[in-house]
Design a protein around this ligand. Structure first.
Ligand code: 13P
Length: 299
């Protein structure tokens, strides 16, 4: 029987393992991502975020879906729509429902609505609308509460200051209310994680090594009991990553760690870019997330 993405992520939560999602800002990255998942007998989501067809070269929702149909391996992959913001990283409003409807029609198997730049009420309302759309198609919805920064063009506050103050971190009480009232399936949390920068000026820079407030994560898990999602998966200190999988994180998003090797090598040839992605994938699967052979438990 073919398991749905919803079932796989619930299994990941129960097993204390993780489903990684890999972002595809350039279409040729997809083939080596799928190949590395297959070669290591692991499981992952192939994902695209709106900013990757607007600011990078993934083309469109349809272009990513078509490439997915060409490369996919049902024993190792599913297709996910990452960040569709209600207000985007440049502070502009987005016709999020149009994007989500299109993705569902194209066959994306789970979607993320990101209302995290709205207040709690607004986020609940937008997320609930998307939950209704997705329910009709029988697919799960990821939502976000709290501020996972880094995609914005402006300067970030100093990381240690941010971490110590807990500014923008997900509130466990709000998380409980948010999940009850929105009906979302998975929750992306802010607990010290930040996204890799995407602005032209900063996208090639090494990401700072983030830490996680595991105590806060536990509180959120205890109040919500849903699969939690860790965005900004590149460059988090390993000890925190491993602890997060034992405390509610069932899905982790990885973009910068495979994008930068591709961009650094694609000048030589597309093949050189793809080889660099494959090597980076092996390091992530085997060493950073320790999920080699995870397909055996999840699928
Ligand atoms: P990184 O670029 O830090 O890996 O973050 C990826 C992400 O969270 C995409 O949604």
């Amino acid at each position: 029987m073919r398991l749905s993405t919803k079932e796989i992520v619930v299994k990941s939560l129960k097993n204390g393992t993780v489903v990684p999602g890999f972002n595809i800002p350039y279409l040729p990255m997809m083939e080596p991502v799928v190949r590395a998942l297959r070669d290591t007998n692991s499981f992952g989501l192939i994902m695209v975020a709106r900013l990757e067809w607007i600011k990078f070269e993934s083309g469109s929702l349809k272009a990513v879906r078509d490439e997915y149909l060409r490369c996919r391996d049902e024993n190792h992959t599913r297709l996910h729509l990452d960040h569709v913001p209600v207000i985007d990283e440049d502070d502009l409003p987005v016709d999020y429902d149009v994007v989500i409807r299109e993705a569902i029609e194209l066959g994306y198997e789970s979607v993320m609505i990101d209302g995290s730049r709205l207040d709690l009420e607004g986020n609940i309302k937008a997320t609930a609308e998307v939950v209704e759309l997705a329910a009709a198609a029988g697919i799960p919805v990821e939502a976000e509460l709290g501020a996972v920064m880094g995609h914005e063009a402006g300067p970030l506050p100093p990381y240690e200051e941010l971490f110590a103050s807990g500014k923008g971190f997900t509130s466990p009480d709000d998380a409980k209310r948010f999940m009850n009232e929105s009906g979302a399936d998975w929750l992306s949390v802010a607990i010290g994680n930040i996204h890799g920068a995407i602005s032209a000026a900063k996208k090639d820079q090494k990401k700072i090594e983030a830490r996680l407030n595991i105590e806060r994560l536990r509180e959120i898990r205890d109040r919500t009991a849903v699969p939690l999602v860790l965005h900004g998966g590149t460059g988090i200190k390993k000890k925190y990553i491993m602890e997060s999988f034992e405390n509610g994180i069932a899905k982790i998003n990885v973009a910068t760690a495979i994008r930068q090797p591709y961009e650094r090598n694609v000048g030589a040839s597309v093949k050189a870019g793809q080889d660099a992605v494959y090597e980076a994938m092996l390091a992530i699967i085997n060493d950073e997330l320790e999920i080699a052979d995870s397909a055996r438990k999840l699928i």
